[in-house]
Write a protein that binds this ligand. Structure first.
Ligand SMILES: Cc1ncc(COP(=O)(O)O)c(C=O)c1O
Length: 445
């Protein structure tokens, strides 16, 4: 497949073979999320955002495996470097508790978990972060982030935001405030309260519509008021925040909202945990989405694009005592850790954060010019993009119609559609994507 000339082409989505694979999968799989019947054929042609499914349909993938494939399919630098690694067996070692030679100190090219951690602290030095704990997933990265904060502060309270999503393990799900299904009837960590999340990315204290900034003091400031608040600030272990809400609907907060959170956390010395699992590793045009705002996170949770989970923080936040944190397979897959490190290298070498800014702007301009009637808002930062529809039904129909035309997208929130092209997406590919999306909207109309 030649990336310069590849075009999406769909006979029927999902095709007969896809349905057979899906049926086979469900013979043993527990019901989970299952967005659509996209069965990728990894033995068939794929390059950049283009891939082939088991029925031979060529698809333009602007879902990027929910932001977990930031370099698309078969990125030549990643595949060349992985091919050259002469992969070892065992390729899974026990977490970061075992040491692997390689990287700058070794004789071969394999970036180790230690190299990945060094790259992450380097990209987080603006927050004075020098320590990392690697795990397997986003939920574990969040879970360990709040664990270290409980340990560091001795606090028993936590603050989350309405609409939040932080994962599905028992600890992480206690922080969720998006869909009821994530928490209903599960036991939860106590002492967690939610405050409103910004609804208007341009708001000020005077125009705030979510209720967070209204009144003399913000909701967070009132909640932590040492005399009258519902939580004594010394008992608060963390405030945990998605810098852009993902599952909650790609909600981009205002500067005023973010600055107030930073100010309250600083005033009361409450650790700020930023969940960058969907937003991080260059997607927004900065390495972390937090970098766009005047906030100072104490801990960052990352995963997805990294291929492993990572809890990154200032040194003093982490416990000194051994065995407080550990995980047998946490980043133990040396291939996954190497892939995370190589992904960061490619983003740097090819200046893909700049590409994300440029191509994201192109997408927004083209879609705004097309002005499709049922789209009530087009928003995004870099290649974290969203189109909000007038109704949930319309959004769902457009997602299905886009798939029939060969464009893979995802939903989020109530009636929003998210667009996540790979970070190296090209001008031609964005044009094709916007054309397919506007055609899909017309199909539905
Ligand atoms: C913001 C955010 N936090 C946490 C998670 C959980 O990550 P994982 O599914 O790897 O556990 C996700 C996953 O979608 C996410 O988007």
């Amino acid at each position: 497949m030649d990336r310069e000339s590849a075009e999406p082409s769909v006979e029927r989505f999902s095709g007969e073979r896809a349905r057979e694979w899906v049926e086979y999968h469900h013979e043993t799989a527990a019901p989970s999320t299952y967005v659509c019947e996209f069965v990728w054929d990894h033995t068939a042609d794929a390059v950049g955002p283009f891939c082939t499914d088991v029925d031979g349909n060529v698809l333009l993938d602007f879902a990027a495996h929910v932001a977990s494939a930031p370099l698309g399919y078969n990125n030549p630098t990643v595949t060349d470097r992985l091919d050259a690694l002469d992969l070892p067996d065992p390729s899974k070692i026990a977490g970061q508790d075992f040491y692997a030679a390689g990287g700058p100190l070794g004789e071969h090219d394999l970036p180790t978990p230690a190299d990945l951690m060094a790259r992450l602290t380097d990209r987080s030095s603006q927050y004075d972060m020098g320590t990392v704990f690697l795990s397997n997933s986003g939920a574990e990265a969040v879970e360990n982030a709040i664990k270290v904060c409980y340990d560091h502060t001795g606090g028993t309270y936590g603050v989350t935001f309405e609409g939040a999503f932080h994962g599905r393990t028992l600890g992480a799900l206690s922080l969720n405030r998006s869909r009821a299904v994530y928490r209903r009837d599960f036991p939860e960590i106590g002492g967690i309260e939610a405050v409103p999340f910004c609804q208007d990315r341009t708001c000020t204290a005077e125009t705030c519509s979510c209720g967070f900034l209204t009144g003399e003091r913000s909701r967070l400031r009132r909640m932590l008021d040492p005399g009258r608040g519902s939580m004594g600030p010394n008992d608060v272990a963390y405030v945990v925040l998605e810098p852009v809400q993902g599952e909650g609907g790609y909600r981009f907060p205002s500067d005023a909202f973010m600055s107030e959170i930073a100010d309250v956390c600083e005033t009361y010395d409450v650790p700020l945990v930023v969940d960058e699992i969907q937003t991080g590793i260059g997607r927004t045009g900065e390495f972390w989405a937090a970098d766009h705002y005047a906030i100072e996170p104490d801990v960052i949770a990352s995963a997805k694009a990294l291929r492993v989970g990572a809890t990154i923080g200032r040194d003093e936040v982490f416990p000194d005592e051994t065995s407080r944190l550990s995980s047998t397979w946490g980043a133990g897959d040396v291939v996954a850790a190497a892939q995370g490190a190589i992904t960061i290298d490619v983003i740097d070498e090819q200046d893909l954060t700049a590409n994300a800014v440029e191509r994201g702007r192109q997408f927004q301009e083209l879609l705004t010019d097309a002005d499709p009637e049922p789209v009530v808002d087009i928003r995004g930062t870099g290649l974290l993009l969203a189109a909000e529809f007038d109704t949930k039904e319309r959004r769902d129909d457009v997602l299905a119609a886009a798939r029939q035309r060969g464009l893979l997208l995802l939903g989020c929130g109530h009636k929003t559609l998210r667009v996540l092209p790979p970070l190296d997406v090209r001008e031609r590919e964005i044009r094709i994507g916007v054309d397919l999306l506007t055609d899909a909207i017309a199909d539905v109309a």
